[in-house]
Design a protein around this ligand. Structure first.
Ligand code: SF4
Ligand code: SF4
Length: 112
């Protein structure tokens, strides 16, 4: 049976936190509990002295079940649905690996 996951695109994530809210709504998570959390890295100045590194890194937690109820009804995971930057994709590991290879950088795959 195919295994499913999420591909997170760290290059295009804007840090808007919509995925956090969408996931909390989907799973009715109380204050302080998260199904996905957006971490922030930086900023720090690069060694060229001109540019800065700053990244947003969405990280699904142990509550993530890939929105199995929504998906069973034919929907998309709620975080992927509400990500305006299309920085979260859902699919089989084979599909996600192909997308990651095509992208070539700054992406990761999450498997619950
Ligand atoms: S993954 Fe999408 S919804 Fe989540 S913070 Fe990044 S841009 Fe916003
Ligand atoms: S797939 Fe569903 S459970 Fe997992 S992080 Fe996204 S919204 Fe939350």
């Amino acid at each position: 049976m195919a295994q499913y996951g999420l591909m997170i695109d760290n290059e295009y994530c804007t840090g808007c936190h919509s995925c956090e809210v969408a996931c909390k709504n989907e799973h009715n998570l109380p204050l302080g509990q998260w199904g996905i959390k957006v971490l922030e890295l930086g900023p720090w100045k690069l060694m060229d002295g001109k540019h800065w590194e700053y990244r947003y890194v969405p990280v699904p937690t142990s509550y993530c079940d890939l929105c199995k109820d929504r998906v069973a009804e034919g929907g998309k995971p709620n975080c992927a649905l509400h990500c305006l930057a299309s920085a979260i994709e859902y699919g089989t590991l084979e599909e996600l690996a192909a997308k990651m290879e095509a992208k070539g950088k700054m992406a990761s795959i999450f498997i619950p």
